[in-house]
Design a protein around this ligand. Sequence first.
Ligand SMILES: [Zn+2]
Length: 360
Amino acid sequence: MKLIINNPGLFLLCCLMIFSSCGQTQNTDNNNTMDTINNKNPYYSRSDTTKLNLTDAEWRKVLSPEIYAVSRNKETERAFTGKLWNFEGTGTYYCAACGNPLFRSDAKFASSCGWPSFFEVMHKNSVIYKDDNSFGMERTEVLCGRCGGHLGHLFDDGPLPTHKRYCMNSVALDFVPDAKAEGQDTITLGGGCYWCVEAVYEELSGVISVTSGFSGGTTKNPSYEEVCTGTTGHAEVVQIVFDKTLTSLDEILKVFFTVHDPTQLNRQGNDIGTQYRSVIFYRNDRQKETALDLIKSLNASKVYDKPIVTKVEKFAAFYKAEDYHQKYYENNKEQPYCKLIIQPKLEKFEKVFKDRLKTK
Ligand SMILES: [Zn+2]
């Protein structure tokens, strides 16, 4: 989803922010040699999530001068000079200093402020925040959650659904397009209400993104209300992008069979209808075989009292659900459904997979 600011007031505010937000003192040339430097940086890893705590001398050795200036010296590149401020592409933005995944491209919006802007981070642990009272301003500094490197600032003038604007330095980011992302895989799973399934996978180590939506039906771009009627053929699903070096399809599927009941046909508890069916949408033969093998072994070892009814179907299309459905549990923890239905599933997952949770 690409959001464009067409509100003149908001646009003016953004223009004003050029001087009050990231705009600081230092000019950083952005014709950097990021890729070359990253290849030489032994701490740069898109699969390692452990915290990095290096000395200044170590950082100086492994970072290009351009990245060092922003990441370690908290300098700011000139507006409209970075290579990513008006860049569009589908993929993931990583910390240029350490490889920590920070933003997905569908959270990027055209803010006209001259720096790449996002309305939400990939995971709540992707970044950390710090009060920044420098230059006589009260701002919130955004730092990488893994290496503590400076990325930019956070403002409250962003678009829906969060109203946040993560105003980042291009040079602090490393963009990797989806098709070329190394070691990543995507699977689409239906296990009843997607709010529940999404909440669980958000906590699993190695999961890069979880998106709630619809698959397996005939209606194009269905709304939640349409899917609820049960006539679109779609199932509520989550689309999971994961790092194969940190988790595996096998583990993703084991979690799936732990947090929903795969023996219930077209329902999960009180949620009844084909939209709540248990289904795995595979993208290739390897995914299909992994799913069928696991189902076979779960049936053979009688893990459940009844046979598994989970369908294994070829993936055709995924339609993202409305924004208020994304990260639903995280944003609505006090609601009765979340407390009664989602929380117990989450607790069960946390117990079984306690060694596999993302570090907080
Ligand atoms: Zn970092």
